[in-house]
Design a protein around this ligand. Structure first.
Ligand code: ATP
Length: 347
């Protein structure tokens, strides 16, 4: 995609997108509702014409090429399957219309059914099957024809949480097995983090950062990405970098002072991940515990200092202060991320 953009009248749904997706790669378009993910996807599919820019498949310009001629498979949030047909006939539908022979069709239907755990219900009518199974079937029906590019737009948003976890693993193994090029739209950072080779983070019609899950987690390009990736997202405290005799220090007001490795003097947003907080009675930072949230193996501390808030994720075995009490902690200087206070871009 080069300089790709879409306007609806005066409204810009996608400002400019430059992104190259490799063959066999799984790329997630991640961002909040309305950021332009589906608009981008619909242009890749050929359902929507770009206002400017180009989409190329293997170097070939796709502008003006109809959807049917692009070799894309598309699965939507709302599965579209033939309910009067059996699961087997639904899976075989695309292969039949491509004129694939009976033996080969049976082989491929058998293989995809096995992979998506649909084998026991192959001869059942689709009508009456659960939403979970129908969405699995919709994915299978598109995947079985091995499209050049497989596009999935929030395919798991209508299925229940337990099934979503299962499907994340299955989709990933399906993609690996078929070395399928996949573009996956989601607003759920966990889906993107667990499945994608690379994540394209979007907001307000703009592509903010493209990187592997660890790159966007460890080195967010700006504060939006820092907050959006991770659950809870990155903490950002207002700070000021000053030089001390012993080196650079971030002055975090009511929370204390923390040594930092880099950074020019001036106002910053001081970022650290909740899971990188180390409780330490002699630590340089202190905030007040406002809530203690116990969620099984982890404890989430909600912290405040002046008008700033933060979260700490600790092992549930770690002793924690009561609500209203101070919590002292340290951070590894390598874990600290600094952002320009004005532009909110990473320094
Ligand atoms: P969601 O997950 O809610 O679908 P999204 O990131 O996929 O979000 P898009 O569907 O791409 O977002 O929409 C981006 C913006 O463009 C939204 O503000 C939407 O209202 C607007 N938009 C989308 N299609 C049209 C259209 N046909 N006419 C006018 N505005 C549109």
């Amino acid at each position: 995609m080069q300089n790709l953009g879409k306007d609806f009248g005066a409204f810009t749904a996608l400002a400019e997108m430059d992104l190259t997706i490799g063959s066999g790669e799984f790329v997630a378009l991640l961002g909040p509702s309305g950021c332009g993910k589906s608009t981008t996807m619909n242009m890749i599919a050929g359902m929507l014409d770009p206002s400017h820019g180009e989409i190329r498949f293997d170097g070939r310009n796709m502008n003006g090429v109809p959807m049917a001629k692009r070799g894309v498979g598309f699965v939507f949030q709302n599965y579209a399957i033939f309910t009067h047909m059996t699961v087997r006939d639904n899976l075989a539908y695309g292969l039949k219309s491509q004129g694939v022979g009976r033996a080969e069709t049976n082989r491929r239907v058998g293989e995809i059914a096995e992979l998506l755990q649909l084998t026991p219900m192959l001869d059942r009518k689709a009508a009456g099957l659960s939403v979970n199974i129908l969405q699995r079937l919709a994915i299978g029906r598109s995947a079985v024809v091995e499209p050049a590019i497989f596009l999935l737009d929030e395919p798991l948003s209508n299925v229940d949480a337990a099934f979503r976890a299962v499907m994340r693993a299955e989709l990933k193994s399906l993609q690996r097995q078929f070395k399928q090029t996949m573009v996956y739209v989601t607003h759920d950072q966990l889906e993107a983090m667990t499945m994608a080779d690379r994540i394209a983070v979007m907001d307000h019609g703009k592509l903010l950062q493209v990187g592997t899950p660890l790159e966007v987690y460890n080195h967010p390009a700006d504060t939006f990405v820092a907050r959006f990736i991770g659950a809870p997202g990155m903490n950002l405290l207002k700070g000021r970098i000053t030089g001390a005799d012993t080196g650079l220090v971030a002055d975090l007001g009511a929370a204390g002072h923390c040594p930092v490795r880099t950074g020019q003097g001036g106002d910053v947003l001081f970022g650290f991940r909740p899971e990188q907080v180390h409780p330490d009675a002699n630590g340089p930072l202190q905030m007040i515990v406002t809530t203690v949230e116990r969620i099984g193996a982890r404890t989430i501390l909600h912290l405040a200092a002046g008008d700033m808030t933060a979260k700490a994720v600790l092992d549930s075995e770690t002793p924690v202060p009561d609500q209203g009490q101070p919590f002292r902690f340290a951070l590894d200087a390598d874990d600290v991320r600094l952002f320009d206070a004005e532009t909110e871009r990473a320094l």
